[in-house]
Design a protein around this ligand. Structure first.
Ligand code: 6PG
Length: 240
């Protein structure tokens, strides 16, 4: 796996560069494949990126009918709740582009208990990938100031999951402190590419500890364990 760190003076420049990277990767991948599987991140950082992807010129460069959207995690709240990752992505991106509804693979958190929802999402992923192994083309990820990513929080037993691709987590220490559904490291690390979008002064120390690889403690953060098959790219705000 190759790793690259791209630093930007502010979030707007970071978001534009990340959007351009995604569109280029989609088009390169679709020269070889019929469809592109993109896992969206939650939280606030990716909102600008989604808005840039949803507007010309980039939106016009994406063959949306061949793109499939998934979520890296979702909070167990109604899909119109302010904390819903689907709600944010739908407002910023999905509602603005001509992507077929069947290509939007939402985590239907209202369909049962968190563990039932996780199981159902796992089954929907298996159906999408058919007999071949579950290999997302690109996983977008954010990082919290505690080094969590998706809903993989420090010291949670889900960090040791080696079989399931989707899990329900309690996330009582998270904000918002609601149960969540998350993809696991097996699903993330079988992806071809992964990219982090990290913005916010409060993440500086953890980010430095992870990307510098000089601090052995850095390896303990969940975000440090993202190792996709081809390449990991960090799009980060430059705090210096
Ligand atoms: C979530 C996200 C989570 C997020 C980080 C960073 O559902 O909360 O998936 O992993 O990416 O907490 O969040 P911000 O972008 O809001 O800082």
């Amino acid at each position: 796996m190759k790793t690259e760190v791209r630093r930007f003076p502010e979030l707007s420049r970071l978001s534009k560069a990340a959007a351009e990277f995604i569109v280029d990767l989609i088009n390169t991948t679709l020269e070889e494949k019929d469809s592109f599987s993109l896992v969206l991140s939650g939280g606030n950082t990716p909102r600008q990126l989604y808005e840039i992807l949803a507007a010309p010129p980039l939106a016009d460069r994406v063959p949306w009918s061949r793109v499939h959207l998934f979520w890296g995690d979702e909070r167990c709240v109604a899909q119109d709740h302010p904390d819903s990752n689907f709600k944010m992505a739908n407002a910023a991106l999905i509602s603005k582009v001509a992507i077929p509804a069947d290509n939007v693979h939402r985590i239907a958190v209202e369909s049962g208990t968190p563990s039932e929802v996780a199981q159902a999402y796992e089954q929907s992923l298996q159906r999408f990938f058919g007999g071949s192994s579950l290999n997302f083309d690109l996983v977008l990820l954010g990082m919290g100031k505690d080094g969590h990513t998706a809903s993989l929080f420090p010291d949670d037993s889900v960090l040791h999951e080696q079989v399931k691709n989707v899990a329900a987590v309690n996330a009582s220490a998270a904000s918002p402190a609601v149960p969540r559904i998350t993809i696991t490291f097996p699903a993330i690390n079988r992806a071809a590419y992964a990219m982090f979008l990290v913005s916010g002064e409060d993440k500086r120390e953890v980010l430095q500890a992870i990307v510098s690889r000089t601090d052995p403690a850095g390896a303990n953060y969940p975000a440090a364990r993202v190792e996709p098959r081809e390449k990991l790219i960090w799009f980060v705000e430059d705090f210096d």
